[in-house]
Design a protein. Structure first.
Length: 401
């Protein structure tokens, strides 16, 4: 293989959805060779800033995925830097870290810490041990535990599976919420295998507009080299899902809590720490850590914070290069239009969001999950894909399906 960029280490971004596309552009725009590894086609496959390669699904053929990744790394002139963009790919790299380290560069916390971060029950154990404020959280192991928790927990309650990629919940849902004790017990009676697969947590009255994130890159000593803070204006599904509309907001309190937390964990790598803000008291509560690049990381780039590049500089140099401080621009709105339409429609039907209010936030957006004026391929792909989905639904409706 002929190396197009002989003087630089390449970057390998694993998975090419919205998250991966943001990482691809953050690195590719700076002249770094980016190779996109994907197991499901996404918008990032069509970016001019990366060379896409299809790999087998990790869950189906983990050894095949590993063999292809090692072969790819070995074919390059210099060891590439790995950028996983999903919990599953982070977990994969961790499981094979010793073997992969012979062929590639990457940053990860130690195995014990990472396992606790990926598994929700371990995450809240870490937060509690580090003195971070969390909502009341319970970890059931049996149906009797579930019944006991139902008698003492305050509703509404959310059930979070230990991880987001093993398909523990019906329909592969990310979370399930319960308004009453009867709803919660009914779910577990119908799905007893879920009893030991996650945590039950009291819901702080936050939701859309009150979910905040502090994302950053932390070096081997747990010190932040670049940081971003912002909030989720809307999520899909509403209140408890993935960001579909976000805004850059500087929150010093969350920076302090997050950096102290990461320092205590001696965390190394990209991470995002999520919080909910109580609408009544204004108090922040820790929700979770993502040990990877964050879904709407293209917003970080728009507002002046390039986390993947900070990671790249530190990893390639072995920590010997001083990463320049980056200043965040505030008030920039980001939209992932496909998901945001779905979020709007659900809120509109419930009378929670009017069309005028929604369209007002859309037209104010200056950062986008897919669209970029200098990189039209992903937008064309997304537009065609969305058109096919809409046509399928229309035809299905006509045929009564």
């Amino acid at each position: 293989m002929t190396q197009k960029y002989p003087d630089k280490n390449a970057a390998i971004v694993i998975e090419l959805g919205v998250n991966g596309l943001g990482a691809v552009r953050s690195l590719g725009k700076l002249g770094i060779e980016v190779i996109g590894v994907y197991t499901e086609e996404g918008a990032g496959c069509y970016s001019k800033y990366c060379r896409p390669l299809e790999f087998p699904k990790i869950a189906v053929d983990e050894e095949g995925f590993k063999a292809q990744l090692i072969a790819l790394c070995s074919s390059l002139a210099k060891p590439p830097v790995l950028f996983p963009t999903s919990d599953q790919s982070v977990s994969f790299i961790s499981r094979h870290r010793n073997e992969l380290a012979k062929h590639a560069l990457f940053s990860l916390p130690d195995t014990e810490t990472l396992d606790k971060i990926i598994n929700k029950d371990g995450t809240f154990e870490l937060a509690s041990s580090c003195g971070v404020t969390i909502p009341a959280t319970h970890v059931p192991a049996t149906m009797n535990d579930v019944r006991s928790i139902a008698e003492q927990i305050n509703f509404p309650v959310i059930f979070k599976p230990n991880d987001t990629f093993s398909g523990h919940l019906p329909g592969n849902a990310k979370n399930i919420t319960f308004r009453t004790k009867e709803e919660m017990l009914g779910f577990f009676e119908a799905n007893p295998a879920c009893a030991d697969k996650g945590v039950l947590q009291e819901i702080i009255w936050g939701g859309d507009g009150y979910i905040y994130v502090c994302a950053g890159y932390f070096n081997r000593s747990g010190d932040p080299l670049a940081l971003y803070t912002g909030r989720k204006i809307r999520q899909h599904l509403p209140d408890y899902g993935v960001t579909c509309c976000g805004e850059s907001v500087y929150v010093p309190e969350l920076i302090q809590v997050s950096t102290d937390f990461m320092k205590k964990l001696n965390y190394w790598g990209l991470a995002s720490v999520e919080f909910t803000r109580d609408r009544k008291t204004g108090k922040y509560y820790f929700l979770e850590i993502n040990a990877r690049s964050y879904y709407h990381n293209s917003l970080f780039l728009t507002c002046g914070i390039n986390l993947p590049y900070a990671a790249y500089q530190d990893i390639v140099s072995g920590g010997s290069v001083e990463v320049p401080k980056q200043k965040q621009k505030e008030g920039i709105i980001w939209i992932d239009f496909d998901r945001d339409v779905g979020s709007f429609w659900r809120k509109f039907k419930k009378g929670e969001l009017g069309f005028g209010e929604w369209i007002g936030s859309v037209v104010r957006a200056r950062s986008f999950g897919v669209f970029a004026a200098d990189d039209w391929g992903p937008f064309r792909y997304n537009t065609m894909h969305l058109g096919k989905v809409i046509l399928h639904k229309i035809v299905g409706g006509i045929n009564g399906k």
